[in-house]
Design a protein around this ligand. Structure first.
Ligand SMILES: [Fe+2]
Length: 224
């Protein structure tokens, strides 16, 4: 019974058994993301140099093909693939991913949508992901990025002191992760922590896959 309730309470992470492996991206195929706001920069979240902690785009066609073929069997596809780097002795601070730009209002609550991603992490000693519950929504920071085409992209950030940690996991195998609730990375090692992250979308109606839907879709492949 206890195992069962643990399984249900963990609405944050599952390992997924996949019939393939991915190659670790190489820095030569990785680029920084750019927005108008990043030119100005912010001490809190923006990178200064390639290799810093942040989100990147990368060219990994072989990996992408394997993921696309796998997702296709579940009538899914990915609409965004990003590389998250946490540099040595650093963390990606508490945030909620944004993957449905046009649907979000400016209200923080609309970002908390439990959407799921398929993540491949090259885990480091002592590293992992943490999930957080917000105790105080007053200090949320909505970070807006404007792309060249004028499209806006928001990420919502929370201060760790306004949160309580609810779950923690070392991500040393392919995983389904809930990125629509507050989460952070940590890397106490002296090597970079890479995650290749594919956003899951339903082919039928182009809606994001929630963590709960992913549990149902990938049933039989998942492990707590
Ligand atoms: Fe994230």
């Amino acid at each position: 019974m206890e195992t069962n309730s643990y399984y249900l309470q963990n609405v944050y992470h599952r390992y997924i058994d996949l019939p393939f492996e991915l190659e670790k991206p190489k820095w030569e195929n990785i680029k920084q993301t750019f927005s108008e706001e990043q030119k100005v920069g912010s001490d809190y979240y923006d990178i200064k140099d390639k290799g810093d902690t942040d989100v990147y785009v990368c060219d990994t066609p072989e990996n992408d093909k394997k993921v696309a073929e796998f997702l296709d069997k579940f009538n899914l596809f990915y609409d965004s693939k990003l590389l998250f780097n946490t540099k040595p002795n650093d963390s990606i601070k508490v945030h909620i991913d944004n993957n449905k730009e046009e649907d979000y209002s400016d209200k923080p609550n609309s970002f908390i949508d439990n959407h799921a991603k398929l993540n491949f992490t090259w885990e480091v000693p002592g590293g992992g992901l943490r999930w957080w519950q917000l105790n105080n929504e007053d200090n949320l920071i909505i970070d807006t990025h404007t792309q060249k085409n004028g499209k806006k992209w928001h990420v919502i950030w929370a201060k760790e002191e306004d949160c309580g940690m609810v779950y923690e996991k070392t991500i040393n195998k392919p995983s389904i992760v809930n990125t629509g609730v507050p989460h952070s990375t940590h890397n106490p090692s002296n090597v970079e922590r890479f995650t290749l992250s594919y956003n899951l979308v339903r082919k039928t109606d182009l809606k994001l896959v929630t963590f709960f839907e992913a549990l149902w879709l990938f049933d039989g492949l998942l492990e707590a």
